[in-house]
Design a protein around this ligand. Sequence first.
Ligand code: AMP
Ligand code: MG
Length: 401
Amino acid sequence: MLTVAEAHECIARCVGPLAPVRMKFTDALGLRLAEDVVSQVDSPPFDKALLDGFAISTADESASLHEIEMVTAGGVAKNAVSSGATIRIMTGAPAPAGADAVVAWEDCQSLDEQTIQNPAPKTKPGAGILKRGTSFHRGQVVLEAGKQLGPLDIALLAEIGQAEVMIHPQPRVAVLPTGDELVEADQPLGPGQIRNSNGPMLLAALKSVGVETIDLGVGRDDPIDLRERIARGLECDVLLVSGGVSAGVKDLVPSVLAELGVKEKFHKLKMKPGKPLWFGVRQEKGRPALVFGLPGNPVSTLVSFRLFVLPTLEAFAGESYAPPVTKPAKLAKAFTHRGDRPTYFPCRRVAAEAGERSKVEPLDWKGSADLATLTRADCLAAFPPGDYELAAGNTVEILPL
Ligand code: AMP
Ligand code: MG
């Protein structure tokens, strides 16, 4: 049985970024750049008025200035500012030739309708003007390869006129919950049946990270049905099967995967919950399809998803594979650990005193099938293996959910 760390190393060897594709910049939110973006323009592209006022030359010694023209944003002045002249200018308009400052109209004194007192003596050159190229110059890298694009990056791409970008696409992920006992949420429960909660959970978790999902419906504990659905799932980059990977007589998923050419990389891990986790890869035409056989219990499914599937999706989308990052927190109440496997235990963060490390409270969790308690959790505490008691105040590593 592999440890959690060994499982991460194994997955890391099997996954890499998908080939870059060119796409419309507005579709690239949340995706990672496959190449540096170099600006083809200066920003701003011209000397630009920062306020509504008068464009002047600070070297002009005339006592008064005559308004010869008005320029608004989107326009360009026809005249230059010459001695004794000013051009009325609005925010965002290009500074006219001959002007080296813009003075706010409320700081200028009108002498008549068309004339102001020359504000040059109390104005510094450059005042009220944003010089061309202040933010960046043509030829400069404005976004680096690997950056995950957020709304501001999309805005910057718009500003520089980069309508298409090369990005690492997100993987396509198929979801296949399996089990003869499963019925869908809108169906009545017959004897011995339970509802399929893993399917909707996995589809929702995938959607929340922006991944394209393929819903394969509920698979039955029947080799023919499983083969047909799994074959479709293998056309995706990742296939998530839930259930059917333990040691029961109806746990047929590993054998069907093997028949379809998926090579097992590991089966069963030293962890709790999630011990029966199965992982394998099918290489076809140089394209790997990764398969996770997630244990059927909803909490085992979620913990396995959080620990192993999320980093895998990020690695497909252009990040290097990295185990999820934990951070230390203080236990708000005592905890007893039993067993030789590390436990990922649902916890809730509680208010800490000022200056104190964040605090977590282990929830009254009833085991792998207890989804209701998990809905109140906001993190998992990783307890190392062993039989021990931790008093309140001890430090534990937590993983945000
Ligand atoms: P299995 O891994 O197939 O042996 O399933 C382990 C446990 O998880 C069983 O009690 C199943 O009934 C339950 N289970 C399996 N699949 C699901 C699912 N999609 N939603 C909720 N519970 C499930
Ligand atoms: Mg089953």
